[in-house]
Design a protein around this ligand. Structure first.
Ligand code: ADP
Ligand code: MG
Length: 701
């Protein structure tokens, strides 16, 4: 159902699909349509799958004598007084009534709701739901919702609470959902095969929808959710497996067995770690097989992924093919260019750099030499995707820091060759179980070991009171020849204008403070995303060359920059950063022979989650442990950031809470796929449809 196309049968057995406009739902008038649209509800299906974010249990009725101060509760009581209405001041009227059950009395008060007087009658019995407040040993309920004793519109049941805007009330959404449910009642086609419903004891679709919106009790809600999550995750898993199967069907390149990785490995100035050697074996096997490689290379910052890609590139070039290396920023691409050339140029391999900022003349020259095959390895930013970049025979595509690129960009660059092998590198430490599941269409290699002799980065979370000691410590290190990073809260290019300018001010302000007040005797410069590429590169180059002591920046330096002489990373407002990001930032230091430090300045009044993050950072340097903790603290949303990171978004599943389900669904999916690849059997017809619909929107996969 989720993301699928449900159909309902009309009385005349005519099919009406649920993609029709939400305006056809009773109670949804022209005024409400744009409001629903603003919640991404356009169709009846969207409305039916607009799941509550929470529930309020109004089902249990309590005796007045048992009320507890402050609780929200339903009472069933008879009105035993006149219903009075008083204007206590301009704009303020009070309606009061005394009600009674077998155990006691209580007052009900409504403010500014004069219309209620007509609906409440002395001698009648109602159910009231509201907050019970004890004043002078007498209970009062303020502004309760209520029903006549024999109805249950607002009370006596579990009420769904929807994510909404203030313009659209809970009542309005509930009403619309209820009407939509009535509209489809008894006419919904089941979306999961019967054998799965039986085998895994799952509620049918109709009941699941009814119970997720208006559960008769919490147990039913749990069952409904279980089924809907099952369907959503299963559909994703099957779709991923199919994507993988499809890409394996294509015949790829068989790279030359005689182009030996060991030739370049032996020329390196250091010994590879066991983990690097292991993943290289995996890549080597992929490259020599005729299936196109689709591999995700995961490894913590500093684990040495770049050299792995250099060695892979060597094999491709020695087999007679060209290589494309795509990095998310110019700084990184430039750095890759240096590292690739250093190792590959002596072996007779020609590398070139192509950036958005490359001059037209140079660009023309590069593109020509690329087409003739004179250039072996082309390194660059998304400039590589542009149409006029044509390779002679592209054989291997490496994209670095995968989460910055969408699936689309990955595909666009791969399309410049004939089923080239692809290697996707990421430093985002996704817990293994999750990675296996989320990147089901990729094979995964993990570098789980850092090169030897790395000194552990010491991390300190500090508050304002430590400021002076920290500054003195920084001075001492600069005097010894080291360099310092200072990072201020995130600026992402796509952020709203006012947010950006606000944060930009933060960087500039901090730079000013550092430059003029704290460190006037040192060389302080700043760099941020909105700067001209050329300026940015100049500053970074100066920092690399040791001509800047303190580099104040936004998170533009987050990804991959390598300056071994820098040994202190100071993060201002550290509690405003996510764990994954803090970990990435910390990875900028500890890259050389010097003991390195990470100083996290945080606000002592920050949130509990903020404090937990500081604690985690001090306790561990292990990216995978941090990733698990991040999942726990925030759920997947925060950890993976937003949409642009290419992680699928779920309508109902929550990858942290539903991890056990995710695991079992994965084995279900594998079993189905092994028995019926392509889902062509009659019994899997419904799954076929779910997967087709999912693949139709596969950009979001
Ligand atoms: P990342 O995985 O974060 O991209 P890099 O590839 O930038 O890490 O590697 C970090 C540093 O470690 C680089 O300077 C690189 O030359 C060095 N390095 C990589 N592998 C090893 C190794 N096996 N032994 C020593 N140094 C290594
Ligand atoms: Mg890197």
């Amino acid at each position: 159902l989720v993301g699928s196309e449900m159909c309902i049968r009309d009385r005349g057995s005519k099919m009406i699909d649920l993609k029709q406009n939400v305006q056809y739902v009773k109670s949804v008038g022209p005024a409400k349509v744009p409001l629903l649209n603003s919640l991404n509800i356009y169709t009846i299906e969207d409305l039916l799958t607009y799941f509550p974010r929470d529930y309020e249990d109004r089902s249990k009725t309590k005796n007045i004598a048992d009320l507890i101060n402050g609780e929200e509760v339903t009472i069933q009581a008879t009105v035993v007084s006149e219903v009075t209405i008083n204007r206590i001041r301009k704009n303020m009227t009070i309606i009061k009534a005394t009600v009674e059950d077998n155990t006691g009395r209580c007052t009900i008060t409504w403010f500014n709701q004069t219309y209620i007087k007509q609906h409440i009658k002395r001698g009648e019995t109602y159910k009231f739901f509201g907050k019970a407040i004890n004043e002078f040993n007498h209970f009062e309920m303020r502004n309760p919702v209520f029903d006549k004793v024999d109805t249950s519109k607002n009370t006596g049941k579990i009420m769904p609470i929807y994510p909404t805007t203030y313009k659209l009330s809970q009542t309005a959404i509930r009403q619309a959902v209820e009407n939509a449910l009535n509209m489809v009642n008894g006419k919904l086609s089941e979306t999961l095969p019967d054998y799965l419903l039986n085998e895994y004891n799952l509620l049918d679709l109709q009941n699941s929808l009814n119970q997720i919106h208006f559960p008769i009790d919490m147990e039913h809600k749990i069952q409904a959710r279980k089924r809907l999550v099952f369907e959503e995750l299963l559909t994703m898993q099957l779709a991923l497996l199919e994507l993988k199967g499809n890409s394996e069907k294509n015949k790829g390149i068989t790279f030359d067995k005689n182009a030996k990785m060991s030739d370049v490995i032996n020329s390196l100035p250091f010994k590879l770690t066991k983990a690097q050697l292991r993943v290289l074996e995996e890549i080597d096997a992929d490259m020599e097989s005729e299936k196109p490689m689709n591999r995700l290379l995961q490894g913590d910052v500093g684990s040495g992924k770049t050299v792995v890609s250099i060695i892979s590139a060597y094999k491709a070039v020695k087999s007679g093919y060209q290589v494309a290396i795509m990095a998310p920023t110019a700084i990184l691409a430039t750095q890759h260019m240096e590292e690739f050339s250093k190792i590959l140029a002596p072996l007779g391999i020609k590398c070139e750099l192509l950036l958005g900022a490359t001059t037209a003349k140079n660009k023309k020259d590069i593109l020509e030499r690329l087409q003739t095959g004179e250039i072996d390895v082309l390194i660059g930013t998304h400039a590589l995707i542009t149409e006029n970049v044509t390779f002679k025979n592209l054989g291997l595509v490496v994209t670095d820091e995968q989460h910055r690129f969408g699936v689309k960009q990955r595909t666009a660059i791969a399309a410049k060759g004939n089923n080239p092998d692809t290697l996707v590198m990421t430093a985002t430490p996704i817990p293994r179980t999750l990675a296996l599941i989320l990147y089901g269409d990729l094979d995964i290699s993990i570098i789980d070991e850092l090169p030897p002799n790395r000194k552990k980065i010491e991390t300190y979370a500090v508050t304002k009171s430590m400021e002076e000691r920290i500054n003195n410590f920084i001075k001492k290190n600069i005097d010894e020849g080291r360099q310092i990073y200072v990072v201020c809260p995130l600026v992402e290019e796509k952020e709203e204008e006012d947010e950006t300018t606000k944060d930009l001010k933060a960087v500039k302000e901090w730079t000013k403070i550092y430059k003029e007040q704290i460190f006037p005797e040192y060389r302080v410069e700043c760099v941020y995303g909105k700067m001209k590429q050329k300026e940015k590169d100049e500053i970074m180059q100066k920092f690399k060359d040791g001509e800047i002591d303190i580099l104040v920046s936004t998170t533009v330096i987050e990804v991959g920059v390598n300056v071994p002489n820098a040994n202190i990373m100071v993060v201002e407002n550290a509690d405003r950063f996510g764990l994954a990001q803090l970990h990435q930032l910390r990875g900028r230091v500890g890259r050389g022979q010097y003991q390195s430090y990470c100083v996290l300045k945080y606000n002592s009044k920050c949130s509990q989650v903020g404090k937990e993050r500081m604690k985690t950072m001090q306790e561990t340097n292990d990216g995978f442990v941090i990733a698990e903790k991040d999942l726990e603290l925030r759920g997947t949303g925060e950890f993976f950031g937003t949409r642009q990171h290419g992680i699928p978004e779920f309508k109902i599943a929550n990858l942290f809470v539903d991890m056990p389900m995710l695991k079992s669904v994965q084995s279900v999916a594998l079993k189905i796929e092994s028995e019926d690849k392509g889902l062509t059997q009659e019994k899997n017809k419904r799954l076929r449809k779910l997967v087709d619909n999912k693949l139709k929107q596969s950009v979001s996969l």
